[in-house]
Design a protein around this ligand. Structure first.
Ligand SMILES: *Cc1c(COP(=O)(O)O)cnc(C)c1O
Length: 382
């Protein structure tokens, strides 16, 4: 399958027509258990829904093919996927190197739940080569990075960090949620594992929660699958089907998200009521060159701005938008906006991960760009 182009794989990988009926779209197998033709004589390898389900397996084949990987394991949420992965890689504790502004939930899971089990978390600015060299001077169990980061859209050089981290014995994990494999494929750049909150761009329609662990390491995949079987946080059949449906249009959606975000970033950069625009597609962004190298086909649909009038002015903009919806989450076809310090990142206020109160995060949808620009301009106006 990997010889075919990305868009072809998005439509066809794992999506074989139903052999019994010829249905072009594989049906949702909404069943908990599977009949056996003799004791332990299984028809398709399936016995019980927690252990395996054909709709889930189809989505796993599809996302693995898009990341250029051998294996994928799909979970009920992104956090459930992270937890299963950590149970494997951090089974006996160890040191975790975590990129500077990672998803707050990842920090919370590692610090609050794994900290008491002997895991130490070290926050490192992985955009800084000097800090990277110092961080991996001694043994580490995991290097966890996101790029672009949330919500400041900083860029980490995946290949460079992966090389340093591997030399220190670390498993290199990239949270690929913000870019999706349509724009960036970390395994090709030296990462061991890609993790997604499928809830965001993979599903793309803000209607399903899910997560996935993707890797070509067969032993790691088998152990993650065992944790899933033993602990139970599987992705349900209907959600699996929704994600398969979403993935088929992923390259189209990501191209449009990227084009809209760039148009909006350029317009906002000219607006005197905006103090700063953080978008890696702008030539002045400090990570622009690295992003242009490792993100193929676009810079993504996420951007953030600092509002010139400060925190109160930012809150006013958040409450005055009409087309953008004031909401957490990201990655759907509809545009969303949030005030991270009060919403997505409220739990990290007062920690090194805190976000300034004047920052607004935008998840740019696939609407007409002139409508999105007009909405923000009216919200920023007097
Ligand atoms: C949303 C998100 C997660 C967590 O995923 P859930 O599906 O909400 O559990 C992890 N990482 C990033 C970057 C996210 O945006």
């Amino acid at each position: 399958m990997t010889e075919q182009g990305f868009a072809t794989r998005a439509v066809h990988a794992g999506m074989d027509p139903d052999p019994g009926t010829g249905a072009v779209v594989p049906s949702i197998v909404q069943a908990t258990t599977f009949v056996q033709d003799g004791v332990n004589v299984l028809r398709g390898g399936y016995e019980y829904g927690r252990a395996g389900n054909p709709t889930r397996a189809a989505f796993e084949r599809q996302i693995a093919a898009l990341e250029g990987a051998e294996h994928a394991v799909a979970f009920s949420t992104g956090m459930a996927a992270e937890d299963a992965l950590f149970r494997v890689v951090l089974a006996d504790g160890g040191r975790v190197v975590l990129g500077g502004d990672v998803y707050g939930g990842t920090y919370r899971l590692l610090h609050d739940l794994y900290g008491p089990l002997g895991v130490t978390v070290e926050l490192v600015d992985l955009t800084d080569p000097v800090a990277v060299a110092a961080a991996f001077g001694s043994a580490a169990r995991i290097a966890w990075l996101e790029t672009p980061t949330n919500p400041l859209l900083q860029i980490v050089d995946i290949a460079a960090v992966a090389a340093s981290a591997r030399a220190a014995g670390a498993t290199v994990i990239v949270d690929g949620t913000f870019s999706s494999p349509a724009l960036q494929r970390p395994l090709e750049l030296g990462a061991d594992v890609v993790l997604h909150s499928a809830t965001k761009y993979l599903g793309g329609h803000s209607d399903a929660l899910g997560g996935v662990v993707v890797t070509s390491d067969a032993d790691l995949a088998e152990r993650v699958r065992f944790v899933q079987f033993a602990a139970g946080a599987i992705l349900a059949p209907f959600e699996s089907w929704l994600f398969s449906r979403g993935l088929k249009t992923l390259p189209l959606r990501m191209a449009r998200h990227s084009a809209n975000a760039l148009a909006l970033a350029e317009a906002l950069a000219r607006n005197p009521r905006v103090r700063a625009v953080h978008y890696p597609g702008l030539p002045g962004h400090p990570g622009h060159d690295v992003a242009a190298r490792q993100m193929t086909g676009g810079f993504g649909g996420m951007l953030s701005i600092a509002v010139a009038g400060g925190g109160e002015a930012a809150r006013r903009v958040a409450e005055r938008v009409r087309l953008f919806a004031l909401a957490e989450s990201l990655g759907g076809v509809e545009s969303l906006l949030c005030l991270p310090n009060e919403m997505t990142h409220a739990s990290v206020r007062g920690t090194p991960l805190a976000i300034a109160p004047d920052v607004l995060r935008l998840s740019v949808g696939i609407e007409d760009p002139q409508d999105l620009i007009a909405d923000l301009e009216q919200a920023l106006g007097d």
